[in-house]
Structure formats: structure tokens, C-alpha cells
Design a binder for this molecule. Sequence first.
Ligand code: HEM
Ligand code: HEM
Length: 179
Amino acid sequence: AKADPVKAKQIVETVCAACHGTDGNSVAAANPTLAGQNSHYLYTQLKAFKAGVRKDPTMLGMASMLSEDDMRNVAAYYSEQKPKDREASDKTQMPLGAKIYRVGNAGTQVPACMSCHGPAGKGLPDQYPRLGSQHAGYIVKQLNDFKAGANRKNSPMQDIANRMSDAEMKAVAEYISGL
Ligand code: HEM
Ligand code: HEM
């Protein structure tokens, strides 16, 4: 099916904007910024919520209302919005955050996040989600969800999160939010 930006905008304005913003830049840290996120990734997450594979009660309800075409449409719409630059709020976390993101931790075999999510945090279309400009609070929750394997299962993120300490998660999340 061809993308339908008019239909997408209608769904976004009436349903999603309350939490993710009309332009995909959310305000509350619990609600991820969707602006500029890879379209394929957004679509696969909506599918996962709807199937109950990625567990979130709110998003289960939202995704359940969307048809296959709706999911592709809103994914395309949000991917075309511009993410707002954000500044890391806790600068003391930068040295450790940058180290994890760019080099990893050889001692515990945490790989450099950059190797998949890219040096500027843009990800890779069809393969890896964008992380740059994301809320640090949301990133920390996702890493903990991967680690617990309850709400969200995914290889390689589950294995990576398993090897990370709370301090490393917090630091890398702050670093990522400023990318
Ligand atoms: C997560 C899309 C409506 C709250 C997500 C994600 C997508 C998405 C794609 C995953 C993002 C990622 O993995 O980076 C949408 C669409 C909506 C919608 C297309 C409208 C049809 C809402 C509404 C709320 C909400 C109305 C609040 C009441 C959340 C929260 C998460 C989330 C809290 C994070 C869940 C978690 O911690 O894993 N949404 N959303 N969304 N959304 Fe929505
Ligand atoms: C997803 C962080 C390393 C592959 C994610 C997400 C976060 C994250 C927060 C969820 C994004 C969202 O919900 O919007 C990190 C950090 C890393 C790291 C902090 C370094 C410590 C890697 C590496 C790879 C990778 C090295 C590739 C080998 C992926 C994939 C997803 C993902 C495929 C999508 C998962 C899905 O479809 O549910 N990562 N990542 N990540 N990451 Fe990473």
C-alpha cells in the first residue's frame, strides 16, 4: 500500500500526540521521542506491541486500534519528523557514558553501542534504531526491560544489557540523550 500522510496525520493528532507530540518530540521522559526514528523500526515495534511480544499496557491498547496500513502510515509519518536537539542534563556522566557508547567495556564484554547504533546515534535504516536525542529516562527503562527479559526480549540487546551495571546504564543513557 502507498503511504497516506493525510490519514497518518489524522491518527497522530487524535491519538498519539497526547504522549508523543504531533512532531514526535515528546515532553515526558517516559514517552519516547519518535521523531526521525527509522520507519521500519517504528513499524516493527507497533507490530510487537499489538502481538503482545513487547509488553506495555498503554501501547497494547494503542497498537490494537491500528490496521496494518495505519501502522505503516504512522511509522512513515513520525520517521519524517525532525528530532529536537537535546542536551544531556547530567554532565558528570559524560566520561563514562562516552566510553561505553564509543568503546564499550572490555572487562565485562559490553560492545561499543556505536558499532550498531552509529557514531552519531542515528542507527541504520531497516536494522538498528536511532538513539540520539532520546530521553535518558526512557533509555534506562528499556535497558532494564531488556535485562529482565520480561517486557522486551531481543538479541543482541538482552545479552548486552545483562552485562551492564546500573551506573553504566545511567551514564550511557545521559550520553545518548545529548547525541
Ligand atoms: C512507545 C507509537 C500512542 C505512550 C511507543 C513506541 C512506538 C509508539 C513506535 C516504541 C518507540 C521505541 O521503541 O523507541 C505510538 C503511536 C501512537 C501512540 C503510533 C498512536 C496511535 C501513545 C499514547 C501514549 C503512549 C496515547 C500515552 C497514553 C507510550 C509509552 C511508550 C510508547 C509510555 C514506551 C513503552 C515502554 O516503556 O516500552 N509508542 N504511540 N503512546 N508509547 Fe506510544
Ligand atoms: C535497541 C541501547 C548496543 C542492536 C536498543 C534500544 C536501546 C539500545 C535503548 C531500544 C531503543 C528504543 O526503544 O527506541 C544500546 C546501548 C548499547 C547498544 C546503550 C551499548 C551498550 C547495541 C549493539 C547492537 C545493538 C552493539 C548490535 C549488535 C540493537 C537492536 C535493537 C536495539 C537490533 C532493536 C531491538 C528491537 O527490535 O526491539 N539498543 N544498544 N545495540 N539495539 Fe542496542
